[in-house]
Design a protein around this ligand. Structure first.
Ligand code: SF4
Ligand code: SF4
Length: 163
């Protein structure tokens, strides 16, 4: 197997190599909120400032197939869901929005790919699901909850990582 990610930086990867790094965990399809101590209440956002903290919830985007952990509208996603952030080489500086286990973030921080990554498991997601590193079986849909009540859905499992 060509472990290209060990000797090619994210910036230098081809489009195909870049796409292959995504483990398909779908944690980036969870709603997250910024806790700003100076603000009166936490709010949904796509920007973060120094001193602010990101809270993940178990509320998933309604376009997510929560069994396969794949987007049901992948090609249309940024039009249908404006807050859907697609990580690219040009917005790598926003990588801290991604959960610690995000494979792009792991490579960006020099931590390598985890043993459960599909690239190390015959391109299958089963090891990832088994290790509990995807969102499968852990979410509610954002069409079924009141996002104003997000504090009731704050979850710690999205920020867990496992080598
Ligand atoms: S969190 Fe990272 S690795 Fe997981 S699905 Fe999102 S972009 Fe891919
Ligand atoms: S539109 Fe698709 S990729 Fe974007 S957050 Fe929703 S399910 Fe995830």
């Amino acid at each position: 197997m060509n472990k290209y990610w060990e000797n090619t930086s994210l910036e230098d990867m081809t489009e195909k190599q870049w796409e292959g790094i995504c483990d398909g965990c779908a944690k980036c399809c969870l709603h997250k909120f910024i806790d700003d101590e100076s603000a009166e209440e936490a709010k949904s956002t796509d920007q973060i400032q120094a001193g602010e903290k990101i809270h993940y919830t178990n509320i998933a985007c309604q376009l997510l197939n929560t069994k396969t952990c794949a987007c049901t509208q992948y090609s249309e996603r940024t039009r249908l869901v404006p807050e859907c952030v697609k990580l690219t080489k040009s917005n790598l500086q926003d990588i801290f929005f991604m959960p610690q286990s995000c494979s792009y973030r792991r490579l960006y921080e020099g931590r390598g790919l985890p043993s459960w990554h599909p690239l190390l498991n015959k391109n299958k997601k089963s090891a990832m699901h088994k290790a509990g590193m995807s969102v499968r079986g852990k979410t509610v849909s954002d069409k079924d909850v009141d996002l104003e009540q997000f504090e009731d859905y704050i979850a710690l499992w999205p920020v867990e990582d496992l080598d």
